[in-house]
Structures are given as C-alpha cells and as structure tokens.
Design a protein around this ligand. Structure first.
Ligand code: PLP
Length: 388
C-alpha cells in the first residue's frame, strides 16, 4: 500500500538555490584563466562576518566555553544588546523580554506564523514576494493571498488593495525595503497600512531584514510603535552573517509565551557560538558601514550602465541590494533567459518566476552585494552578450 506523503512535501523549490547550483557547476567547469562567473543571483553579502564577530567566536571557543543549548529565546546578553539596538538606531524602547533570538529570519517565520495564525487563515502579501513567505504558510496549512503590485506603487501594497480583500485576512506581511524589488513604502503609506491593520484586526508581520541597507529614506521600525505587530530581523544582511544563522523576533506581549513554547519544541535554541558572534557584530559598525558604502557604489554603477546594456526598466532600488529588471522586451521566459545568460555571458541572475509565478516570466532579479569589481564589470559583459 502507498504510504502517505504530507502536504509539506508539496512545497515548491526556492529556485534561486537551483541557480546557485548551476552557477557553481559552471564556475567549476571553466578552463584555467577563463573569466569567472559573476554571481548576481544570491542575496548573500560577499564580505563574510565582520572581523570582531568572528574573533569573539574564536575567543569563546579558545576559552573552552561549553557551547550548549541556550535558553529558547537566546542568550540574555544578546537579547539585551538587540533591545539596545532599537534605542540606538530608532530611539525606540523595546524590552529585552520581547526579543526572541531565532535560527535566522527563516526560523522566525514558522514560529510567528504558528503563534499568530491558524490553518486555513489567509495572510496577505505583495507580489512579487520573498518565496518562503508563501511556501512556509502553505506548508503550515495557511493561505497566502497575493496582492499583485507594480511600479506605480513601488511594488508595495496600498490600503485600497487591502480594503478590497474579502474576507479580511488574518495577517499581512510587509517588507520595506523588500526582496526582490528593493523598494520601500513611503513612510505615510506604511503608517496608513499599519493603521488599517489596527482597525481591521489584521496582524502585521514586518520583515525588517533589509533595515540598515537603504540609500535615501531611512525606515522606521514597527517594533515599538504598532500594537500587536510582529517584527522579524536577522544578522544575515546588514551584519553580513548569513551562514551563522541568527535572526530575531520582536514580539507583541500576547505572543511572547506562545512563541517561547513553540521555540522550545521546534528548535530548542539558536546555535550558541553564533549568538556570541552576533552580539559582537554590534560593535563592528565601521566595517559594516564600509560594506554598505560598497553596495552604494555598485548600485550607482549598475543603475548608470545597465540601461545601455539593454536593461533599462529597473526598479527604483531604494534599499536592500537588488534590482528588479523588467526584461519583457528581451524574453517571456525568464528561466530560459537566465540559463542562457549564465551559459553564454557567465552571469548568474535569478529568474523572476521565483518571486511572482506568472508575471515573473518577464522579470529577473540582479543582486549587487557581490565583489564590487564584479558588479562594475557586469554591464559590459551583458552589453556584449546582447550585442549592444
Ligand atoms: C526578505 C527576506 N526575509 C528573510 C530572509 C531569510 O534570511 P535569513 O538568512 O535570516 O534566514 C531573506 C533572505 O534572503 C529575505 O530576503
């Protein structure tokens, strides 16, 4: 008799991971001396952990610190340091008791979703969107509701879109800056949406993972100001520590204990040694700000040169390190287009279908957090490939 396979097995792939595999294979097969593959597919800073963070981990290991489980919500000192970060960066009072250290932002999502929503509940989000939002909700039996957004709203939802929803969703995920478009909600629009959530009884989940990576407007945090909101953040992007797998939640009072119980059962704790490193990362501002200066230069170089290379329909690039490119004049199959770009131009980018299943056939995402010299070289390579 056939054995049952659960709904979780239906989760679609996170396609960028497949592009990474293809780009690794292409790089490994290059003959010696050939120009390398330019990696613009992945949202992973090329810089690695700041020196002070790595050294803190080394010191703790050399001192023989037994790296055991921590409390489910993380090391007390790290939670206090994160709370202080809200005071320093935003002038916001956040109690350390509301901070939960998680296994990356990725580990924060199932905790937040399980605590805040029930199977069958619908949770709205802009499309294009970060694929795991929808895939995790679906795996948990919840229903992602996609709000198709376009350049006229900076790829972000509006109150009018939310008011049109019937039934009213149980939750709304906002990300500003967002992935893949790199765009932000204007502050007044963010406030209006938050106010609508309050009125409509919709739980706001604010993914603030790209805070600190903005090139104009500086976003406010939802943590202190919006009652009931759940804030997700991580050490992966601004802090350049993807592989250390540390993120955090700032929880509203009513979800603190439920999330703690879930965290105890699902993860026990985030990795201890990585928590030690994460705490030290707050003292590495100079190095982190130097990284951002590099992103700013790469962003400027790409915005200046990509149009001449044939990519002239780009998102405004308010923050994060992504350019969302409309390539509808070049292809209606972004998967095949990205495969050819990798094979023929040696440039890896992510097809838009990862982020927007239908409309994404005409889009791709360039990530510019890789080495600055590579980002500067990319437009000329693309221009040559497209015969410009
Ligand atoms: C919008 C967004 N949220 C969450 C994550 C997950 O980050 P983490 O590495 O902290 O799990 C990513 C990673 O790319 C992201 O782009």
């Amino acid at each position: 008799m056939a054995l049952k396979i659960g709904r979780g097995a239906e989760a679609p792939p996170f396609l960028v991971m497949d592009v990474i595999t293809a780009a690794n294979a292409k790089a490994a097969a290059l003959p010696p001396g050939a120009p390398g593959v330019i990696r613009m597919e992945v949202g992973q800073p090329g810089t690695g952990a700041p020196r002070g963070a790595a050294e803190a981990a080394i010191r703790a290991l050399q001192a023989g610190t037994p790296m055991g489980y921590t409390e489910a919500f993380g090391l007390r000192s790290l939670r206090e340091r994160i709370a202080r970060h809200y005071a320093e960066r935003y002038g916001a009072a956040v109690a350390a008791e509301r901070v939960a250290v998680t296994v990356g932002a990725s580990g924060a999502f199932p905790l937040a979703f399980l605590a805040a929503f029930d199977p069958g509940d619908s949770v709205a989000m802009a499309a294009p969107f970060y694929p795991p939002y929808a895939n995790i909700l679906t795996a948990l039996g919840m229903r992602p509701v996609l709000l198709p957004c376009g350049p006229e709203t900076r790829w972000q939802p509006t109150v009018a879109m939310l008011e049109a929803l019937d039934p009213v969703p149980a939750g709304l995920i906002l990300a500003s800056p967002c992935n893949p478009a790199g765009t932000m909600l204007p502050p007044a629009e963010f406030a209006a949406i938050a106010e609508w959530c309050g009125r409509a009884g919709v739980r706001l989940v604010s993914d603030e993972i790209y805070h600190g990576l903005t090139y104009g407007e500086v976003p406010e945090t939802t943590a202190a100001t919006i009652p009931g909101a759940v804030v997700v953040n991580s050490f992966s992007k601004y802090f350049s520590m993807t592989g250390w797998r540390i993120g955090w939640l700032v929880l509203p009072e009513d979800l603190v204990r439920p999330v703690e119980c879930l965290a105890q059962n699902l993860f026990i704790s985030a990795p201890h040694v990585a928590q030690v490193a994460a705490e030290a990362a707050f003292d590495c501002r100079d190095e982190l700000e130097a990284n951002i200066a590099g992103y700013r230069r790469s962003r400027a170089a790409l915005l200046a040169a990509l149009p001449g290379a044939g990519f002239d329909r780009l998102s405004p690039a308010d923050g994060a390190f992504y350019l969302w490119a409309d390539v509808g004049h070049l292809t209606n199959d972004s998967v095949a287009f990205c495969q050819r770009m990798l094979a023929e131009a040696g440039i890896a980018a992510t097809p838009g279908v990862d982020f927007d299943r239908e409309r994404g056939r005409r889009f791709l995402r360039f990530s510019y957090c890789g080495p600055e010299a590579d980002m500067a070289a990319a437009p000329a390579r693309l221009a040559a490939w497209l015969g410009r």
